[in-house]
Write a protein that binds this ligand. Structure first.
Ligand SMILES: Cc1ncc(COP(=O)(O)O)c(C=O)c1O
Length: 431
């Protein structure tokens, strides 16, 4: 490990840092995305996989951490009301939802909160293995936790089909299947905006899901970690709690927020869990029982700085992500004419069905090796998505463009039969 890569924070971010055009050097930083997953591809590899960003965090966050680090004493810390106030402020200002500070709970990670809920709140109450419903494709680590805890998982595949007159993939919920799956279930794992499809659920969809949960008495675990990434003039993000106060009143909703994606602070481990009183109390007890007490030393100052002073930086970041999504969708569309590509309303992820290019289960690995570009394999999001991959666009546009060109070139070389576009030449190419 080369210590020199841990460069001291220079005081003020450079113009390139602020405009998201300079890629930080992350090799040798114990990075999961680079040092673990991309390193087999070689030192000139580029990664579009794990959902963290190739951008420096907000100056206010770096400043808070640098100040805390400079203090030099890293003893036990606690969660005080300023954490809850900052979390509630962010929801109020950014998402027009007003949760209560006394209904705001700290968990290091959302995945740990789900684990605590399933293992120590629902399972003991039921006396049997909980039943969890999830839409698929789905973010894998949450389901892995459920699987390892012996939870019964009912998968409800999203209906995907090309949007009319375009090659773009759209996704919607299979209402009948979801209704059947919710019967007798304990928890619905809900993700808004949805990873990996980038769907931002409409108010009508949210209302329908809330109605199902109320009808079947199913607790909704709403994972809104991608909430800050939505695109201008598209479906706007709405917390489920705003659409259905009744879910909250009946103690059937847990809402998970985190600065991790938005501020690129995933490994500081800080999430705000909003829960109605009895559920919140049960989660607090479950957290203690899991041995999760005292946050990471840097988690609280960084989160408070992010959620108190990070607005302007996030506004600029959102513009960069919006432009990068447009760039990636356009490039993928042009370079992979036989693929089905999502044009996401939210997240910084693009989900691609590349069945025409991937004849074998291990083809994607071979393409990544040849291109020296890592993407997230579809199989990580469900066993039936082996012909898919997910692209993370949160990096400087020049790097994104170069990586996608390299990757698509190799993918084309792997296609076994002649490639025909999935749309006719007379169809409009959406902006
Ligand atoms: C939908 C979703 N939920 C949760 C997480 C992880 O959250 P945490 O690290 O707080 O467990 C991710 C990370 O990629 C994610 O995409």
């Amino acid at each position: 490990m080369d210590d020199s890569v841990y460069r001291p924070y220079p005081g003020a971010p450079s113009d390139a840092q602020q405009s998201f055009t300079a890629r930080p050097h992350r090799w040798g930083t114990h990075s999961a995305k680079w040092d673990l997953l991309a390193s087999p591809l070689g030192s000139d590899a580029i990664s579009l996989s794990v959902a963290d960003m190739e951008f420096y965090s907000a100056p206010t966050v770096i400043h808070a951490i640098t100040r805390a680090a400079a203090h030099g004493v890293y003893g036990y810390t606690e969660v005080f009301t300023d954490f809850a106030q900052a979390a509630c402020r962010w929801q109020r200002v950014r998402h027009q939802w007003e949760p209560r500070p006394d209904e705001t709970h700290f968990f290091p990670r959302i995945v740990q909160c789900l684990s605590a809920l399933l293992d120590r709140v629902i399972a003991p109450k039921n006396g049997e293995r909980p039943v969890l419903v999830t839409l698929t494709p789905a973010y894998g680590p949450l389901l892995e936790v459920a699987r390892r805890l012996g939870v019964h998982i009912r998968e409800v595949p999203l209906i995907s089909h090309p949007a009319p007159n375009t090659a773009f993939l759209t996704h919607r919920i299979n209402d009948d299947l979801l209704n059947a799956a919710m019967t007798g279930a304990d928890v619905l794992l809900w993700c808004n905006p949805h990873n990996p499809t980038g769907r931002v659920w409409t108010r009508d969809e949210l209302h329908a899901v809330a109605t199902l949960a109320l009808t079947h008495d199913v607790l909704v675990f709403s994972d809104d970690i991608h909430a800050d990434f939505t695109r201008t003039e598209r479906t706007s993000y709405t917390p489920l709690a705003l659409v259905s106060p009744e879910l909250w009143e009946r103690e059937l909703l847990i809402h998970c927020a985190s600065p991790g994606k938005t501020f690129n602070t995933a490994e500081l481990e800080s999430a705000a869990i909003f829960a109605p009183p009895a559920l919140g109390q049960a989660l607090e007890e479950a957290k203690r029982a899991a041995g999760l007490h005292n946050p990471n030393y840097f988690a609280i100052p960084a989160t408070i700085a992010a959620w108190t002073d990070g607005d302007k930086w996030v506004d600029t970041l959102r513009q960069r992500i919006d432009a990068n999504l447009a760039l990636a969708v356009d490039l993928l569309h042009t370079l992979l004419p036989a693929a089905h590509i999502t044009d996401p309303d939210g997240t910084y992820l693009v989900w691609v069905d590349a069945a025409a290019y991937l004849p074998h289960a291990d083809s994607l690995t071979a393409v990544m090796d040849e291109a020296r570009v890592a993407v997230s394999p579809g199989i990580d999001f469900g066993s039936e998505y082996g012909s898919y991959f997910r692209v993370n666009v949160a990096l400087p546009p020049a790097d994104l463009e170069g990586a996608l060109e390299r990757f698509c070139h190799c993918l084309n070389a792997h296609a076994t039969s002649p490639i025909t576009p999935t749309f006719s030449s007379s169809t409009e190419h959406p902006a």
